[in-house]
Design a protein around this ligand. Structure first.
Ligand code: PNS
Length: 161
């Protein structure tokens, strides 16, 4: 049986913190689906298609990673691709409450799909897509927190030539 995991998120845009989790998951599972989902609490900067293109570019060295857009519940996506696990990164205590709610709700919807948390690498524990967008918006330095393709996509959004 193939070990299949889903790395879900809004990825608006993908950061080195996300990439670290996806890479580590790809070493443990046979197939990792990166699932671009809607977080109804967040306004998007990139379209889902733009997010997928960026994720594809920055994960192209990982042959067992596939990127998908899904309009609906994370658990429905997991069932569709027959995943046994959801993998999420945990940065700090401040993430914990939301993550606990998410996991509990997903477990109510399908108790056979396990959620696994990986502690984010210390170098990335302070990164969030929201902060990256804010720094990029005001022309700050973001090259340490996102790959070059994402940096130029952000510059394109905020400083279209
Ligand atoms: O990167 P994020 O924004 O922290 O990811 C949150 C995400 C997209 C994984 C979450 O909002 C989600 O699963 N959205 C899809 C709808 C859903 O299944 N919600 C959870 C049950 S309420």
């Amino acid at each position: 049986m193939k070990r299949i995991a889903v790395c879900p998120g809004s990825f608006d845009p993908i950061t080195y913190g996300h990439i670290d989790i996806i890479e580590r998951a790809s070493r443990i599972f046979d197939v990792v689906y990166v699932s671009v989902l809607k977080n109804s609490a967040k306004e998007g900067l990139f379209t889902p298609q733009e997010r997928v293109e960026l994720i594809n570019e920055v994960t192209k060295g990982l042959p067992n990673v596939e990127v998908r857009i899904f309009n609906g519940l994370l658990i429905d996506f997991c069932e569709e691709v027959e995943a046994q696990a959801i993998v999420r990164g945990l940065r700090a205590v401040s993430d914990f409450e939301y993550e606990m709610q998410l996991t509990s709700m997903n477990r109510k919807l399908n108790s056979t799909i396990e959620t696994i948390y990986m502690m984010t690498n210390n170098n990335y524990s302070f990164i969030s897509s929201s902060m990256v967008k804010e720094v990029a918006k005001y022309g700050g330095k973001i090259e340490d927190v996102v790959p070059p393709q994402v940096e130029s996509a952000l510059r394109g959004k905020f400083n279209p030539q």
